[in-house]
Design a binder for this molecule. Structure first.
Ligand code: GLA
Length: 730
């Protein structure tokens, strides 16, 4: 890991363990991109700049001595709008004169150890300054009096580059930032596929892979959250790249609001990728002396295929994004009452579920929606965080005492950002929600979204939630968010700042999350947004796990968890065993299969344990025991995807290998019965020379046998058959 500046050539070179990134300051201070990919030595790469031009239609800046220095045809580092590069731009300002022709020129740079925090935003961190190096390049738009700092950090041991941008107004008049993407990378070729993760409620992060096309493709959200529909994570890879081979570039945004990732292939077959806050509905007024910080983009390069990239992200998220006590310790195995009772729980029912759960080894009861005010359905009461003692007799205190007597902990559901139209809070403060004066207020699940861009609203929610958290022994919070934003305006801001509200809202959410998680450091916070509607690196900074999806059907979960695993580790994916037939898909599924699939995540149950059979109880006990045993390998190990449920319609499989390669955990699920089907599979990531013993049969194999010959799982496995096969090094 190092960052160097070559004074003679005016080049910056960022080296991670196995990748290099090179930039150059050229004529007139234009900062140009030279290379990103597998590690290269110190050659002068300027010969690679193309001098293709079209004198009439590729204008050149006056600083160029000849027409061959056209910004439009050469790679740029942080391209601006309106001054000669017609491709997608990363940055644009509206100056006081009303014009948006923007131009940034190199001023100076600084290289230092460590990595700065991003003001008000989640980002990767290091615990020891010596583990990171940062380069800050100061650029300036002279006419607008805007200083722009491009920041690049690398962390020891990773092939990742973290980038963000800071904009400072060093002039005497305000200007408006129209867009400030977090990263831009120009590639010389167009021979890439893009992989992205689309979906909807109950079907998040479905994986799609397509070649990039001439013109612009965009993966984005303008819903106010990162959304179920698209994820702020994309992959660009060689057409031939597989799980194990080929060049792969990952782009993940540490942000939970409106984002945009664009890929453009230009007429000269060059590819540009940009990622950052979505400029649609965004415009930020920056007054003299003020600074704006973009979210962080995490770029990962792997020459070992998609799997190599995923394993980098998994470690970065686990060790350099997730924080707090639960980053490193095992999370409690829980039972959540939502699908067991929905709103219709009674104190007796909760006690019965807890009584059934405790002897099975379950460690926590999570009381989901419906414990407050008069909430007996989804039409009312969110925002009125007062325990409904008619429903919960003796209140939270009695419930936590009961759980303590069973050696269990209590978890509680909240939806801090939301208010029901039918609530005392809304009646008292109708202007505390995002709204546009004079416009109808759209309804989402009978609620509106609180205007968390306003400090007094944030303070109110902080106090209301804190009061409950202090009132009983609460160990876990499920922080839900069941709505996308509409009529995004704030009563507290003037007209020329209304387009700041989307981003100010996200900053408010982060501020509230920071205050609550730091005030209650012993509480495990789980994120949720109708399942995985806000499942991104920004959220993991506050919540080390997120409810992956409301769809707990094992077949659907194979896809959801597999797609999610391309960017995110098992440690952040909450996964529960629910009832059969499944409440979302109505599909019947064996108890074992539901348990096997949920084991690859932050494990728990979501069904009425007080009414399941004795045989099922025994299975719960065994699943809980097994999870505790395999926890370290699954949560801290290396993940290998083996059979892809998006392209294989017969079965799917994945594997975790402990960091020291002493254990491998293989999970497979047969998704469609095939008469006389054969099931054999090759493992990955083992120590080739070691001997591994398969736990159940006791049979021993060499690591290289398991990886090259594979194992035989038998014939005629019925539909929905699954298993977890464990190999221990002997
Ligand atoms: C969302 C969550 C569910 C549950 C309900 C409660 O849909 O994803 O798990 O908490 O809200 O209303």
């Amino acid at each position: 890991m190092q960052i160097t500046y070559n004074e003679n050539r005016k080049t910056f070179k960022i080296d991670t363990e196995n990748s290099s990134y090179v930039m150059i300051v050229r004529k007139g201070g234009h900062l140009q991109h030279m290379y990103y990919g597998a590690y290269v030595g110190d050659d002068d790469l300027e010969y690679m700049f193309s001098d293709v031009i079209n004198e009439s239609f590729t204008p050149w800046p006056p600083c160029a001595e000849d027409s061959h220095f056209a910004l439009d045809t050469q790679p740029q580092e942080y391209p601006c709008n309106g001054t000669g590069d017609y491709r997608i731009s990363a940055f644009s300002l509206e100056m006081p004169c009303g014009n948006s022709a923007t131009s940034l020129k190199y001023v100076s740079h600084e290289i230092f150890s460590g990595k700065k925090k991003l003001s008000g935003l989640p980002a990767t961190y290091v615990e020891d300054e010596a583990d990171a190096v940062t380069l800050e390049i100061k650029m300036r738009d002279e006419l607008a009096c805007a200083d722009v700092i491009l920041s690049y950090s690398v962390i020891k041991g990773y092939d990742a580059i973290m980038r963000h941008t800071r904009v400072l107004n060093s002039g005497k008049a305000p200007f408006f930032i129209e867009k400030a993407y977090s990263c831009c990378v120009d590639f010389n070729e167009k021979d890439y596929d893009i992989i992205h993760f689309y979906g909807t409620w109950a079907a998040e992060r479905q994986m799609e892979r397509k070649p990039v096309i001439q013109g612009i493709s965009e993966i984005a959200s303008k819903r106010g959250s990162s959304s179920h529909n698209h994820n702020p994570f994309i992959v660009l890879c060689d057409h031939m790249a597989t799980e194990d081979f080929g060049s792969v570039y990952g782009f993940a945004l540490c942000y939970s609001g409106n984002f945009s990732a664009k890929v453009e292939v230009d007429t000269f077959d060059q590819t540009r990728v940009i990622m950052g806050i979505n400029p649609e509905d965004f415009k930020w007024k920056l007054s003299p002396g003020e600074e704006f910080t973009s979210p962080e983009a995490i770029m990962v390069y792997s020459s070992n295929g998609i799997g190599g990239m995923s394993r980098q992200y998994h470690k970065i998220i686990r060790k350099h994004i997730c924080r707090g006590k639960y980053r490193d310790i095992r999370r409690p195995i829980l039972i959540n009452n939502w699908e067991a009772t929905y709103f219709e729980f009674t104190t007796e029912k909760l006690y019965a579920i807890a009584d059934a759960a405790a002897p099975l080894g379950i460690e926590m009861l999570v009381l989901d929606d419906g414990w407050f005010a008069t909430r007996n359905d989804d039409k009312t009461s969110i925002g009125d965080w007062i325990v409904n003692e008619n429903k919960l007799q003796g209140g939270l205190k009695a419930l936590s005492d009961k759980l303590t007597s069973l050696n269990m902990k209590l978890g509680l559901w909240f939806e801090p950002e939301i208010v029901s139209f039918d609530s005392d809070l809304y009646r008292a403060h109708p202007d505390w929600v995002l709204h546009v004066e004079g416009r109808d207020r759209s309804i989402g699940r009978y609620t509106a979204v609180l205007d968390l861009s306003r400090k007094e609203v944030e303070d109110y929610v902080f106090e209301a939630v804190s009061k409950i958290l202090r009132s009983a022994d609460i160990s876990y919070v499920k922080w839900d968010f069941n709505r996308n934003l509409t009529e995004v305006g704030s009563k507290a801001l003037p007209c020329d700042q209304q387009k700041e509200v989307f981003h100010r809202y996200v900053l408010g959410v982060y501020s509230l999350a920071e205050r609550l998680t730091s005030t209650f450091p012993d509480i495990l916070f789980e994120g949720c947004s109708g399942g995985g509607g806000r499942f991104d690196c920004g959220m993991f900074y506050y919540f080390p796990q997120i409810w992956t999806s409301d769809d707990t059907d094992a077949f659907e979960r194979c896809k959801i968890q597999y797609g999610s695993s391309v960017g995110y580790p098992a440690s952040v994916m909450s996964a529960h065993v629910s009832a059969s037939p499944n409440h979302q898909t109505f599909r019947e599924m064996p108890f074992k299969t539901r348990g096997d699939v949920a084991t690859s995540g932050a494990f728990g149950y979501e069904l009425d344990l007080s009414i399941i059979s004795e045989e099922e109880k025994e299975m719960v006990k065994a699943q809980v025991e097994r999870y505790k045993e395999l926890y370290d390998t699954i949560v801290n190990g290396d993940n290998y995807r083996l059979i892809d449920p998006f392209t294989n319609n017969r079965w799917c499989a994945w594997e975790y290998v402990s960091e020291d390669k002493s254990q491998a955990v293989l999970t497979y699920v047969v998704t469609r019965f095939k008469v006389k089907g054969r099931y054999h599979i090759k493992l990955k990531g083992l120590d080739p020379d070691a001997t591994y013993r398969e736990k159940v049969s006791g049979r021993c194999y060499k690591g290289n046998t398991l990886m090259n010959v594979g194992i035989n799982l038998g014939n005629d496995l019925h539909e929905a058959h699954s298993d977890i096969v464990v190999f221990d090094k002997v």
